[in-house]
Write a protein that binds this ligand. Structure first.
Ligand code: SME
Length: 155
């Protein structure tokens, strides 16, 4: 089970030890990925000038390393400024398939806590239908909030 507070504690320790932002983004993805068998693909996309660019991931390589705001689940989350939990990706018209085996997906935005500026997002895919629970949403939000603080402090 994903424990967002435990992931954050690890990231805080790494940061205190001098880890830079790229290293911390990689560590966040690795730790989230290792938390559950349900998580088949875990990545971070960063937002720049209307495009989401893949920063790092664990899982199958994807050709979708750049996604326009408004496109797919990832781009829709940014356009509508909200997290999105999709129980069955086959029900969507605007879904961008990274892997044919994917059945469900969750996108959690990384934002500045004050201004709400969007820096990017955590994106998780699962081969299981309806894989992402309320608990996953809450725990991923904890990690995303900490990453938002990191960006606010280092941008
Ligand atoms: N499925 C996403 C694209 C990114 S991949 O899942 C890695 C989407 O529809 O935006």
């Amino acid at each position: 089970m994903l424990d967002g507070a435990a992931v954050v504690a690890q990231l805080v320790a790494r940061r205190s030890a001098g880890a830079d932002r790229d290293t911390l983004l990689r560590a966040a993805v690795e730790q989230i990925d290792s938390a559950s068998e349900r998580f088949d693909w875990v990545g971070v996309y960063l937002l720049d000038d209307g495009w989401l660019t893949l920063h790092n991931f664990v899982g199958e390589a994807t050709e979708h390393t750049r996604i326009a705001v408004g496109q797919g689940v990832c781009g829709t989350a940014v356009a509508e400024n909200r997290d999105i939990n999709v129980p069955d990706v086959r029900a969507l018209d605007n879904y961008i398939a990274c892997s044919l085996g994917t059945r469900s997906e969750i996108v959690v935005l990384i934002r500045d806590g004050g201004s709400g500026r969007i820096f990017g997002q955590l994106d998780l895919d699962s081969d299981q239908q309806d894989a992402f629970t309320k608990s996953d949403e809450i725990e991923l939000r904890r990690v995303a909030d900490w990453l938002g603080e990191l960006f606010s402090a280092t941008i």
